[in-house]
Design a protein around this ligand. Structure first.
Ligand SMILES: Cc1ncc(COP(=O)(O)O)c(C=O)c1O
Length: 428
């Protein structure tokens, strides 16, 4: 069980962070807006976008030996090192591809290529890993085993996974944090218990939703692979990264033959993506250095991510419980906070809400009238149906702020939620 945090960033730091993002207060048309849709793609750091633009303008091939080429090569090396530091990847390889989903398919297909075993996944996996497991099961004649969710917490109890693991289990795919329920899994504990049952199985983690909200430690967790997507963590679309253990990195996989056997980057890397990732890590270290004067970059990353997590837990706490002068959602008639069992305990900054007498898409429209962007996850969508079924719901309104949101944003959101729940229509 994690501690509860209620303190927000100090005001001077909050101001600095707010100034670091595009479109935090207004949308692209200059209209005031609260963007609580970060699980669909997070607010962007100005520095990450600018670094992307700067290196996109340079035509030089990094494989040459002139000065510009060498500079660009350094940018790629530094970006790769920053990905390793962020994930605490101490061995193996860092892979990149257009999306985290593409990487997941590549990894799972490579791991599962010896036929006639079983693959264990969970009912709340994003399609990126679930569909990859299903594809590989059909392709390589594995039995697909799906661990059931606990609908009260929106998570997968460890025993539901371990019960499915046996000597024939080729791989276990488990999500770090659900992008629909917000439940966070303690991957270190899960990996240990799974490996106790089958030391040879591979543990593959979808870290896309968890990455912007807390510390990742691939080395300490003793996992075999973990995927992330910069566009969910203050950066840009167009790239996904993965940590691969040595065991996975050396498996047969798609590779240009002139490259090292553990190279999973098929074709030329894009320097701009790496420069942009370094800008994200600089930002996280900036938060870390407000609290910690270490010169070690991993130490600052850990401090920064812990501080982000604390801030987000404080936001979650206020959303649920309210402030001295504004009632929290838990006190509003006609509004249900789902997965309440987990709220504030191993729960990411995602609220899953339903409202009496209003469909989720109507609720989204109501928030929209007050310039608050949230999203309805509904069974009609392939991305949501299996996961909603697994937790016994048909639809939810997903509310997903991030650490740079302020007390004022939360207050405004609570006020509007109160109005919607009482079916009134006033402007905030
Ligand atoms: C939890 C989770 N995993 C994986 C993905 C897939 O990421 P990508 O769009 O980079 O394939 C997403 C995207 O929504 C996600 O939320």
């Amino acid at each position: 069980m994690s501690e509860r945090y209620t303190d927000f960033f100090p005001e001077d730091l909050q101001t600095q962070l707010n100034n670091s993002f595009y479109f935090l207060k207004q949308d692209v048309y200059g209209i005031d807006r609260i963007f609580f849709e970060n699980a669909g793609g997070s607010l962007r750091l100005k520095a990450a976008v600018e670094a992307q633009a700067k290196y996109s303008a340079i035509p030089d091939c990094p494989e040459r030996n002139h000065n510009v080429a060498l500079d660009i090569r350094n940018v790629i090396a530094k970006g790769t090192e920053d990905i390793s530091l962020f994930l605490n990847a101490k061995d193996g390889a860092i892979a990149s591809a257009l999306t985290a989903s593409k990487l997941m398919f590549e990894i799972i297909s490579a791991v599962a290529s010896n036929p006639n075993g079983n693959i264990v996944t969970t009912a709340i996996e994003h399609p990126s890993s679930y569909d990859a497991c299903q594809f590989a099961s059909e392709q390589f004649q594995h039995e697909l085993r799906v661990a059931k969710a606990d609908s009260a917490s929106g998570s997968i109890p460890l025993s539901n996974i371990v019960d499915l693991v046996d000597e024939q289990t080729v791989l276990v795919s488990v999500i770090l944090t659900s992008n629909i329920t917000g439940a966070m899994h303690d991957i270190k504990t899960y990996a240990k218990a799974i490996k106790e049952k089958n030391p040879n199985t591979y543990i593959i983690v979808d870290g896309v939703q968890g990455a912007p909200h807390g510390v990742i430690d691939a080395s300490d967790w003793k996992i075999d692979a973990l995927t992330i997507a910069p566009y969910k963590m203050f950066g840009n679309r167009g790239i996904g990264y993965a940590y691969l253990s040595e065991r996975i990195a050396s498996l047969p996989h798609h590779r240009l033959q002139a490259t090292n056997p553990d190279n999973w980057n098929v074709g030329s890397p894009t320097p701009a993506h790496f420069a942009s990732f370094t800008a994200i890590i600089d930002y996280i270290c900036h938060i870390g250095s407000y609290y910690n004067h270490s010169s070690d970059r991993r130490t600052l990353i850990v401090e920064g991510m812990n501080r982000i997590h604390h801030q987000e837990q404080a936001i979650l706490h206020e959303l649920i419980n309210g402030t001295s002068d504004t009632p929290g959602i838990k006190d509003l008639e006609g509004v249900t906070i789902h997965f309440e069992k987990a709220n504030g305990i191993n729960q990411d900054l995602i609220l899953a809400l339903t409202f009496e007498n209003l469909s989720c898409s109507e609720v989204v429209k109501e928030y929209g009238k007050h310039n608050i962007l949230v999203y309805a996850r509904e069974s009609a969508s392939h991305y949501s149906k299996r996961i909603l079924d697994a937790v016994g719901l048909d639809a939810i309104v997903r509310v997903s702020p991030i650490h740079c949101h302020s007390k004022e944003d939360i207050k405004a959101f609570l006020k509007v939620t109160h109005q919607i729940s009482s079916h009134l229509n006033i402007n905030v």
